[in-house]
Write a protein that binds this ligand. Structure first.
Ligand code: UDP
Length: 571
């Protein structure tokens, strides 16, 4: 069953169904971007020419769109509610379909039951036979529904599940017992999955897999045309719901209005929303293609702090706008901001702080496309506006947000990530996972240079172990930051190769004692006690964790430029 790339999206559109506004939005998007997906498929096909790709049976169960979860999103599609999730699901469906896999799509608990072959009312283990899918993509709502309908059989099959999780789930929140004992309680966590089974919208932490989405791609002619036709004093405000314009925004809009014409795309029913000042030209919520047209003419796309981390700034930058956004000091997180409360992520590593409205744009793109400034400092704000008006920028889209980038990544995950192999699939089976004791230590041939790295790596280890560089963090520093400081990325898959005494020796650390415990910052070195601490629970291996009194052992690796986000070495 070889998977063959598909470029005709007709069958996909039919499968998505119709009726709900959310589905109409997704179908429009799939149709609009079909051409660029097709071209990307051809290019990737060329690159992968000789490699065998198995055609997987995949179920996509979009939990948040089901009536059973309340489907709060669909009614808001035409009213300025969150669309980012729908953008991402449309792109995931298109990527899986384009890669040639066999897809089933479900948006109700009934369809889910039907596809899984779960007969109603069959006790706690209704699915006795094999799972009829190789992979199931769902979200936290869907996971909950699967638990309801599959009962205990969910445990047996959970290595096949991938959870689309916008903001991500860090290991400390994922492990039920640990989270309960150590105060990592949330509204969502505790599924004891392998953290790479959670797939995020932006590369928040390498503990999770970065799924992403795509944005408009322009050819050279289109780019030149856009640059020629930019209106130098035209600004579009980021915020399609009137509530995003509240709370003192008028002051900034006044300043901006002195030099620029301001456009908005704020949803309204009959009357102009009072939050939007009269001098703003409000177009109402626009269909995606019309928003793109507006962005093509505008020079500035300006954010006022909410929504966080949506797709729109990438679209604006891809259409040649400069994105101006507020810096947050202190950074926002689950303790100080309502929006992040209850989310299973701390966002404390300095590379993943919510230090602005759109940290990815700030950290991964930056000047000249992105200006992140303190809005409370009017001098800084005004100087940023001057900079916008005097700087020429080209439309820019990071490779990882192109169709080819996303196809390449999703292909690599499908090809290489297998959480069902004992030893890799951990979850509830963690007790059978090879322990930390050095009895499992097997020397690699010296020529590999990794003789100290514990067990012999299976040649199928992905990413390849040869890419690893072992580093020691500072006290109070996470592995995310330690690796980034060396232009590398933390690779959690490698933790089990460095969770041994030999790794400490390699780093020339003398251990006064060696202990093994369940702790999301281990393996690590306690400087004051000179203790070397190993990880007892593989589910807790974490790039994000840190502690002021510990130096962490960090398995870092290099990565491909443009797929800066961690996913993709050794494609
Ligand atoms: N969008 C749109 N019409 C508009 C404003 C936004 O279709 O008038 C789309 C936009 O193209 C983007 C999506 O809404 O792809 C999500 O936008 P945003 O960044 O605001 O994220 P959200 O908060 O909706 O997840």
């Amino acid at each position: 069953r070889q998977a063959a790339f598909r470029t005709d999206i007709g069958a996909l559109l039919e499968q998505v169904g119709t009726g709900k506004e959310s589905l109409i939005f997704m179908k429009r998007r799939i149709r609009r971007l079909a051409g660029q997906w097709g071209q990307a498929a051809n290019r990737l096909g060329e690159k992968l020419k000789r490699s065998w790709r198995e055609r997987k049976k995949i179920l996509v169960h979009v939990g948040f769109l089901t009536e059973e979860s309340g489907d709060v999103f669909s009614p808001k599609v035409l009213k300025g509610g969150p669309l980012g999730e729908m953008v991402q699901w449309a792109d995931i469906l298109t990527a899986l379909y384009t890669l040639g896999h066999s897809l089933k799509i479900s948006i109700s608990a009934k369809e889910l039951q039907g596809f899984l072959g779960v007969p109603p009312g069959r006790g706690s283990c209704p699915l006795t036979g094999p799972l009829p899918f190789d992979l199931i993509y769902t979200d936290y709502h869907g996971l909950q529904q699967m638990k309801q309908h599959m009962g205990l059989s969910l445990k047996k099959h959970k290595c096949h599940i991938r959870v689309i999780d916008t903001f991500g789930t860090e290991p400390a929140y994922n492990h039920e017992e640990y989270a309960m004992l150590h105060g990592y309680r949330t509204n969502w966590g505790y599924w004891n999955l392998h953290c790479k089974q959670y797939m995020t919208m932006f590369p928040h932490t390498p503990d999770n897999s970065f799924m992403g989405f795509v944005s408009e791609e322009l050819n050279r002619t289109q780019k030149e045309y856009i640059q020629r036709n930019k209106v130098n004093n035209m600004a579009v405000v980021y915020g399609k719901e009137a509530s995003m314009w509240k709370q003192g925004k008028e002051r900034f809009l006044q300043i901006l209005h002195r030099s620029m014409e301001i456009h908005g795309t704020v949803y309204y029913e009959t009357q102009r929303p009072p939050e939007v000042p009269a001098f703003v030209k409000n177009h109402g919520l626009l269909p995606q293609n019309e928003l793109q047209q507006l962005l093509r003419r505008a020079k500035l796309f300006i954010g006022f702090g909410f929504p966080y981390e949506g797709p729109a700034p990438l679209e604006a930058i891809a259409n040649g706008c400069i994105f101006l956004q507020p810096k947050f000091r202190p950074s926002h997180n689950s303790l100080n901001h309502e929006f992040f409360r209850g989310k299973p992520t701390s966002r404390e590593a300095s590379w993943f702080l919510v230090s602005s409205q759109h940290p990815y744009a700030e950290q991964y793109i930056g000047r000249p496309h992105v200006l992140t400034v303190d809005y409370n400092n009017s001098e800084e704000f005004e100087s940023a506006i001057r900079e916008v008006m005097t700087t020429k920028v080209e439309p820019h889209l990071p490779y990882e947000y192109t169709c080819e980038g996303m196809l390449e990544r999703v292909h690599a995950y499908i090809q290489h990530q297998d959480f069902c192999i004992p030893g890799v699939s951990i979850g509830n089976d963690s007790k059978v996972w090879p322990g930390n004791s050095s009895s499992h230590f097997v020397r690699l041939p010296d020529s590999s240079g990794l003789a100290w790295a514990g067990r012999v790596a299976d040649p199928s280890t992905w990413p390849p172990l040869s890419a690893m560089r072992l580093l020691l963090s500072e006290e109070g520093q996470s592995c995310i930051d330690q690796c980034q400081d060396h232009s590398l990325v933390c690779e959690p898959t490698f933790f089990h190769f460095i969770n041994n005494k030999e790794a400490f020796t390699q780093l020339q650390i003398q251990c006064d004692a060696l202990e093994s415990e369940m702790n999301h910052i281990y393996p690590a070195f306690s400087v004051s006690r000179r203790d070397c601490c190993l990880q007892k629970e593989p589910l807790l291996f974490s790039c994000a964790g840190f502690h002021s009194k510990f130096q962490r052992l960090c398995p870092c690796r290099d990565f491909r430029k443009g797929q800066g986000s961690p996913a993709t070495r050794g494609l």
